[in-house]
Design a protein around this ligand. Structure first.
Ligand code: NAP
Ligand code: F7E
Length: 344
């Protein structure tokens, strides 16, 4: 019997990589996309061209994680063995602007799926896309599964709710429900307003003289950045483990946003000269043109300054480890961007 997976958030960065992974493993994959007035399937459209997939093995359904009826109906109709909840309003800065919607989608969305699972078939395995943002104002270093949460945004508070409701349903109803606590992961398919994509795209365009400047916020925040392709493999392994547990997935390496900028510039053979401090800090080109400026509007009301994880548990029990380091990630993102720009 073919295994059946249902992915909420199939049109996102992780949804696209996870779909490819599961199809390669022989799953039938159902994906939930939400209705929008413009096309939102650009990350998954090319999957239908892949030689390894039979078209009937990948099916899309309209639905929304703020709409319990659609969730219930899709789960009932598709009869999945595994559900991956990747759907979320995933932008931390935006969550301060639309906190109520973010909570509805990111916190209650998970509850709606879990509640449908216990009513339809409690044997369905469930993966919840948790986040290192839950550690927020970090309480210990590096962060593990045992580090207490201290969320710093409506996004992170909602993810903490989703984490604990997943634990609660596991303990109350004996569900195979798991949290992945994933640190930042990026790729060529990363959304355009996340900092790594913004930097790679901006510096590639500046290099090719298609753009003059890049505006950023807090360049001293530090993150543990991995590659999304590695991280979706971890999601799958989490649901194949002998029992349902919660897992930290990260690289264990940390860089500041400024270090990330310098690495991208180096890869592009773009010389940057930094000067000034705070909002007046700037980066200049060899020809003394201002390339990067700091803008107050990109700072957040509360920041997460310092994330670095320890994935020892996943390494030991899931036999998972990241295969791509920061340089491989940056090269992958740059190559994609330069190819896209060559079509412009
Ligand atoms: P993403 O690219 O922003 O994708 C989010 C997905 O959720 C998209 O398919 C989006 O649909 C969908 N979505 C948003 N609101 C929805 C709604 N109301 N109903 C149904 N679908 C909805 O995010 P990602 O980077 O792939 O991340 C996947 C998940 O992991 C998210 O839950 C995120 O919070 C979490 N996470 C991400 C990271 C990371 O570094 N990437 C780290 C930890 C946790 P549209 O395409 O229509 O917008
Ligand atoms: O910001 C700083 C910003 O938006 C990273 C999501 O996938 O990972 C992501 O959340 C850092 C922050 O990611 C700009 O202040 C500076 O400190 O790329 P980001 P994030 O907030 O870490 C976690 C794990 C998730 O779960 C989330 O879903 O970069 N920063 N200047 C900037 N950030 C943005 N976006 N834009 C700037 O101009």
């Amino acid at each position: 019997m073919k295994r059946i997976a249902l992915i909420f958030g199939v049109t996102g960065q992780d949804g696209s990589y996870l779909t490819r992974l599961l199809l390669k493993k022989g799953y039938i994959v159902h994906g939930v996309k939400r209705r929008s007035s413009s096309l939102n399937t650009s990350r998954i459209d090319d999957i239908y061209q892949e030689p390894f997939i039979k078209k009937k093995n990948f099916v899309l359904h309209y639905g929304d994680i703020t709409d319990g009826t659609s969730i219930f109906d899709i789960i009932k109709k598709t009869k999945p063995n595994e559900i991956y909840n990747l759907a979320a309003q995933s932008h931390v800065a935006v969550s301060f602007k639309i906190p109520e919607y973010t909570s509805n989608a990111d916190a209650l969305g998970s509850l709606r799926i879990l509640d449908s699972i216990i009513k339809i078939n409690p044997k369905i395995k469930f993966y919840q896309a948790g986040s290192s943002e839950m550690y927020g104002k970090v309480q210990s270093f590096p962060q593990t599964e045992k580090t207490p949460f201290y969320p710093r945004s409506p996004y992170a508070v909602s993810k903490v709710y989703a984490h604990w409701i997943t634990v609660n349903y596991r303990e109350s109803y004996n569900l195979f429900a798991c949290n992945g606590i994933l640190f930042n992961h990026e790729s060529p398919l990363r959304g355009e307003t996340f900092v790594t994509k913004k930097i790679v795209k901006g510096l590639c365009r500046i290099k090719l003289k298609k753009q003059k400047k890049l505006y950023l916020g807090n360049i001293y925040a530090k993150r543990d950045w991995g590659h999304a392709e590695d991280y979706v493999e971890a999601m799958w392994k989490i649901l194949q483990y002998k029992k349902p547990e919660d897992w930290v997935i990260c690289t264990g390496k940390q860089y500041s946003v400024k270090q990330f900028i310098n690495l991208v510039a180096k890869n592009l053979n773009l010389k940057l000269f930094w000067s000034g401090e705070g909002l007046n800090e700037k980066a200049y080109s060899e020809k003394n043109e201002k390339i990067i400026e700091i803008k107050k509007e990109y700072f957040r009301p509360a920041e997460v300054e310092n994330l670095k994880g320890n994935a020892a548990k996943a390494k030991k029990h899931l036999k998972w480890k990241p295969t791509k380091n920061i340089n491989a990630l940056i090269k992958d993102m740059i190559n994609f961007e330069l190819k896209e720009l060559s079509y412009e």
